[in-house]
Design a binder for this molecule. Structure first.
Ligand SMILES: *Cc1c(COP(=O)(O)O)cnc(C)c1O
Length: 353
């Protein structure tokens, strides 16, 4: 399939790198492609970024049949642009799509389309330390129909957004809030898919956490409300004794690319990594015994998000001395260095644009 390019002469002014936040500025162009049962995925095109005009009855607006991905393009010191494990994001997009009854995408073709879009937009990849170009591939159901079934037609698009450093004030630990009243995902649900409804479902508890002075919700499993699953929209890790622990992928947890990178890096350093069920009681017991050394979240946006305090059942504990632990700091630096081309790419994770 040929990817057509509709050029525009009306280009936007680029914001200063120092003013960049997250997700408010979008580049000049986007990639679009449509699906219907007769033609399959068709009409791949790069065209000016702009509104998607749709009928009010469009299915995605009513039943949330939508999936997305999040990855980044990084500018190296020599000015080159590179991606981090993009194939893993595209594979996960298809995994999410499968759960949401959407037609499969040709991953190699989408990667080619993404690279073509990035080549056109490379001037939008910021260069200041810690900044990047956030990439949001998305699929939405587009049938104009309000009966409940899966859609016959879909739109796939990729939009790009230059984003600032995640920690402009330094790499500081966050406070997290454990709830036994609300869950993010349940057994048999769609927790392992990056689908719109999971995020809508997380808003209310997150608001309660904020009201109580906490940044993120630590989600427990939706069956027994006992086992740790994720933190906000990140995967979670614990250093207990000399082991690095993370909840095993149980189909209600999102399989993070950063999670997998953390596991592989830590193992390569000789750290014992264990993936299993971890109860919140076990975390508190480890803290009592002085064995809980570090807690951190992992995800594309923040890379590593150290946790300084946890509140559960009205009791707040401080992790270590409340500052960033050594393994969290080492993982953060190594991952950033690989992503920005400053460290050797031992695992073949980086792809030049
Ligand atoms: C995206 C996401 C993650 C992190 O995945 P990465 O591939 O590391 O960015 C973790 N949990 C949830 C719920 C997510 O949506």
């Amino acid at each position: 399939m040929d990817i057509t390019f509709k050029k525009t002469d009306i280009l936007k002014k680029h914001p200063e790198d120092s003013t960049l936040g997250f997700g408010t500025v979008f580049t000049d162009y986007m990639f679009n492609m449509d699906y219907n049962p007769q033609e399959g995925w068709h009409n791949p095109r790069i065209e000016p970024y702009g509104p998607i005009v749709m009928d009010p009855s469009t299915m995605v607006l009513h039943y949330g049949q939508a999936i997305f991905e999040g990855l980044k393009a990084y500018r190296t010191d020599s000015g080159d642009i590179q991606l981090f494990r993009p194939q893993d994001n595209l594979k996960r997009l298809n995994t999410s799509g499968h759960m949401l009854c959407m037609p499969e995408l040709d991953e190699a073709f989408i990667l080619e389309a993404l690279i073509k879009l990035l080549k056109i937009e490379k001037g939008w990849v910021p260069g200041a330390s810690g900044t990047s170009l956030y990439i949001r591939p998305t699929i939405i159901a587009t049938d104009p129909y309000i009966g409940l079934r899966s859609s016959n037609t879909y739109r796939f698009f990729i939009i790009l957004s230059p984003v600032g450093a995640y920690y402009p004030e330094g790499f500081n630990p966050v406070k997290i809030w454990v709830t036994t009243e609300y869950v993010r995902a349940v057994r048999g649900g769609v927790g392992q898919a990056k689908t719109a409804g999971n995020y809508a479902a997380s808003l209310y508890a997150t608001e309660l956490a904020h009201k109580d002075g906490y940044t993120q919700v630590l989600w427990l499993d939706g069956v027994e409300l006992k086992y740790v699953e994720e933190v906000g929209s990140m995967n979670i890790f614990f250093v207990i004794g000399d082991e690095l622990l993370t909840p095993e992928l149980n189909r209600s947890i999102l399989s993070g690319v950063t999670r997998d990178s953390v596991i592989k890096l830590a193992k390569s350093w000789g750290v014992k990594v264990v993936e299993r069920r971890i109860s919140i009681d076990e975390i508190y017991a480890a803290h009592e015994k002085g064995e809980l050394k570090e807690v951190f979240g992992s995800g594309t946006a923040a890379v590593i998000s150290p946790v300084g305090k946890i509140k559960f059942n009205g009791r707040e504990i401080t992790i270590g001395d409340g500052s960033v632990g050594p393994l969290s700091a080492k993982l953060f630096k190594e991952l950033m260095d690989i992503q920005y081309g400053k460290a050797e790419d031992r695992f073949n994770w980086v792809m030049p644009v």
